[in-house]
Ligand binder design. Sequence first.
Ligand SMILES: O=C(O)C(=O)C[C@]1(C(=O)O)C=C[C@@H](O)C=C1
Length: 315
Amino acid sequence: MEQLQVAFLGPPASFSHQAALEVFGSSVNLIPQTSFADAFAAVQQQQVDYAIIPVENSTNGVVVQTFDLFADRQGLYKDVKVCGEHYLAVHHCLLIRKDISPLARPDYGSIKKLYTHPQAWGQCDKFLSLYFKGVERQDTSSTSKGAEIVAKKQDEHGAAIASRFAAEYHGVEVAEANIEDDHGNKTRFLIIENTQSDHTNRIASFEEVRSGGTAQAPTLKPARKSLFSFTINQDLPGALADALLVFKAEGFNLTSINSRPSQRGPGQYIFFVECQLDQSIQCDDVVSRVLQSLRAFTVTCRELGTWKDTLQLSG
Ligand SMILES: O=C(O)C(=O)C[C@]1(C(=O)O)C=C[C@@H](O)C=C1
């Protein structure tokens, strides 16, 4: 089989890179992207087979940029769907250049600027409020980008928040490890594919890739999750409640609801519903039935993928 191409948020040694290695191993071609939008575009344009994208963190909540891409307001990603998920344990470190003299802890007074991805600030809030109150913060496109900047900026006493993997890759030092508020901190990643791709269509399912082609037909169907997006007529009393009842009627358990502005006026939203289908429901066409029923209560609706629920397996 041709080597699989997998996009992730770069530069190398980001948490997305770590998640990609855990899911796909090192035999696939892992291709760094500068933004989540580039990763979505690479899937839509079939430059890659899969991309791995963070969607929510157990401490800091949803990754809004990812939901904005799933909102697909311009119709740029019409063939992109979720085919899998992965939970990654996320441990943050404070990284400094190797030539900066050892810091007098807990006083990090010599550090004048901090760099990291916006998601990481909220995951390390307690540590930052304790030691870095008032210190300038600069958002970076990823945690590993922050590590790269700190490694290159010889004229500045800056620090990055990123992983130990990023410290090793970018040649910087770990001044403090495990600075996340919750040591059980986890980020859930979604794996996306292009439903029109001949290459991925030849593979029975993403789960076959994950298991290295050894996936056995399960005796009991695993719990599955589906993601739907929809807009409603918000002037109609009960429109949202009616839409949500469709899931209940088909035996889906709603596991999360999110919304993003539809950008069609104030108070107008795109809703995202993630739901779990019980193992006992064997019916494969239940997803299309939900979509069919949703059409009666929504203005627009879309199924954004169905995949194996791995929450129980994530430890
Ligand atoms: O910046 C990175 O290293 C990423 O892969 C992105 C990201 C995210 O957006 O959630 C991934 C995991 C962590 O939660 C922090 C950052």
